[in-house]
Design a protein around this ligand. Structure first.
Ligand SMILES: Nc1ncnc2c1ncn2[C@@H]1O[C@H](COP(=O)(O)OP(=O)(O)OP(=O)(O)O)[C@@H](O)[C@H]1O
Length: 256
């Protein structure tokens, strides 16, 4: 059984069908991509999976449990963490305090009652934030803020990490570093489901990819299958009918 199973889920905003009977699954310890054009329904699907928005129909199972109507909080407690497109850290707290708060919320105990900081410093070290630990979150560059979002999500020791456009605002080197970090996270047993527009990152780190268009999953497969899928090339990547057009624009699999 997969770690996450989304079965024929739909979600509407009035007359707009944002997610239309979409199904996808995420295996434990894997990195899975969710790609598609702007407005395809990716963020809405994340919101439905994490419980921020209700489903109109369909079923969501996480770790074998039906969580279709569970609260966001109980899904988080069961091991789901997510980041948002817009950076959400507490600006007036330091980088370290931000991670500490996330860790405390997860543990349910304020740190002054505990002797240890629940691995916060190790976590900062692991994602490369130690030198920024004492800086206010609103004073760090975007690349560092993205790592902070990742560290805050990891602080709840999730089984599944949902990342919404994590490389947004990162340069190529930072994106490469981020991709390497994601591989480590997955190797440690935390599955990653990632919405991302940077195809180099997606093709480089994802083992499996789902493609969404108009709320429907139009293709799924490993990076090589997605690269060569004609429907994806036309619908998402905007290629015409010239057979070789796409090969010039897509990065090779494993490029990151
Ligand atoms: N709060 C809302 N109210 C009404 N319509 C919405 C709302 N949020 C999203 N939509 C619509 O739902 C559809 C899916 O939007 P969504 O943001 O999920 O797409 P997306 O794939 O994440 O896009 P992007 O890549 O641009 O972030 C779009 O048609 C969008 O306009």
């Amino acid at each position: 059984m997969a770690l996450l199973d989304v079965e024929r889920v739909s979600m509407r905003f009035g007359g707009i069908v944002a997610v239309n009977e979409a199904s996808l699954s995420v295996e434990s310890g894997s990195i899975t991509g969710l790609i598609g054009p702007n407005g395809a329904g990716k963020t809405t699907l994340f919101n439905v999976v994490t419980g921020l928005q209700p489903v109109a129909s369909g079923r969501i199972r996480f770790r074998g449990r039906d969580v279709t109507h569970a609260s966001p909080n109980s899904r988080a407690k069961a091991g789901m963490a997510r980041t948002f497109q817009r950076l959400e850290a507490f600006g007036s707290l330091t980088v370290r305090e931000n991670v500490l708060v996330a860790s405390e919320i997860h543990a349910g105990v304020p740190s002054w009652f505990r002797r240890r900081s629940n691995g916060v410093d190790e976590l900062l070290e692991r994602v490369g934030l130690t030198r920024y630990a004492g800086q206010r979150a609103d004073s760090v560059p975007t690349g560092v803020a993205r790592l902070l979002e990742l560290a805050r999500a990891l602080a709840i020791q999730p089984r599944l990490l949902l990342l919404d456009e994590p490389s947004s605002g990162l340069d190529e080197t930072e994106t490469g570093h981020f991709g390497a970090l994601l591989r480590e996270v997955a190797a440690d047993g935390c599955a990653v489901l990632m919405v991302e527009h940077d195809m180099q990152l997606v093709m480089g780190v994802c083992e499996y990819i789902h493609v969404l268009e108009f709320g429907k999953v139009i293709a799924r497969g490993d990076p090589a299958q997605i690269r060569s899928d004609r429907t994806v090339q036309v619908a998402y990547l905007g290629f015409g009918d010239t057979p070789d057009e796409h090969t010039l624009q897509l990065p090779p699999v494993g490029a990151t």
